[in-house]
Design a protein around this ligand. Structure first.
Ligand code: DX5
Ligand code: ZN
Length: 223
């Protein structure tokens, strides 16, 4: 069983104090920084790019940065994020015409690679690329905004992907993104996830450590 990673989505952080916010959430016990990239084309919102990733590295952030690309096209921007200090780069199959090539590109740039599935996206894209994946990310909301409610249909999809990963024998992490809170993280874990993205649940509270500690104690109950 893999160690659980809590990955705060900085989409809900105070962007005017981003360096401080990331320091605070990491010292509160977060494992990974989840970095949401939106292009106002693939999703109806516009966020942050490689310059901000690089700025966090220059600020002194050493934790893994998990770049979630909600952009189209994907390949043009991958090397920029690798140079900017990304550790993990994930993308949606709808954003890339050649998903095998994009996965290879991410690896060639020295990053871990993953595919992201929207709530309505079928898992068939996994069929021929399992050997090239470090991460599978399931969206439990439609991408574009923080603070949405967890879609319960994600639980069955998680169980399905957990089975596929276990049967494949590959070392692939299963990440969940959208509407993750202290009160549902336990059942999400039980369904098979091992990386938990949480934006509003953490950044909308005054005490980040309390939320992360509460999430960890819920995760411990899931076994
Ligand atoms: C949504 C983003 C998420 C989002 C999660 O498109 O990919 O990472 O920030 O936010 P919460 O945890 O508030 O649902
Ligand atoms: Zn995300």
């Amino acid at each position: 069983m893999k160690e659980n990673w809590i990955a705060p989505s900085i989409l809900s952080a105070n962007f005017a104090k981003l360096g401080e916010e990331v320091d605070k959430v990491l010292s509160a016990g977060a494992d990974v920084v989840h970095f949401d990239v939106m292009d106002n084309h693939f999703v109806p919102n516009l966020t942050i790019g490689p310059l901000v990733c690089e700025a966090l590295r220059k600020h002194g952030v050493t934790a893994p940065i998990d770049v979630h690309l909600m952009v189209e096209p994907v390949d043009r921007i991958v090397p920029d994020f690798a140079k900017a200090g990304a550790s993990i780069i994930t993308f949606h199959p709808e954003g890339s015409v050649h998903i095998d090539r994009t996965l290879q590109l991410i690896h060639d740039c020295g990053c871990k690679a993953g595919l992201v599935f929207n709530p309505g996206t079928p898992l068939s894209h996994l069929e021929y690329v399992m050997d090239k994946l470090d991460i599978i990310l399931l969206m439990s909301v439609n991408p574009g905004f923080g603070g949405q409610s967890f879609l319960p249909s994600a639980l069955a999809k998680l169980r399905q992907v957990r089975k596929l990963i276990d049967e494949s024998g590959f070392d692939i992490r299963l990440e969940i993104d959208g509407g993750v809170k202290t009160d549902n993280i336990r059942e999400i874990k039980a369904a098979g996830a091992d990386i938990f993205v949480a934006g509003s649940a953490i950044f909308n509270q005054p005490d980040y450590k309390k939320v992360i500690d509460d999430m960890r104690s819920e995760l411990a109950k899931a076994g």
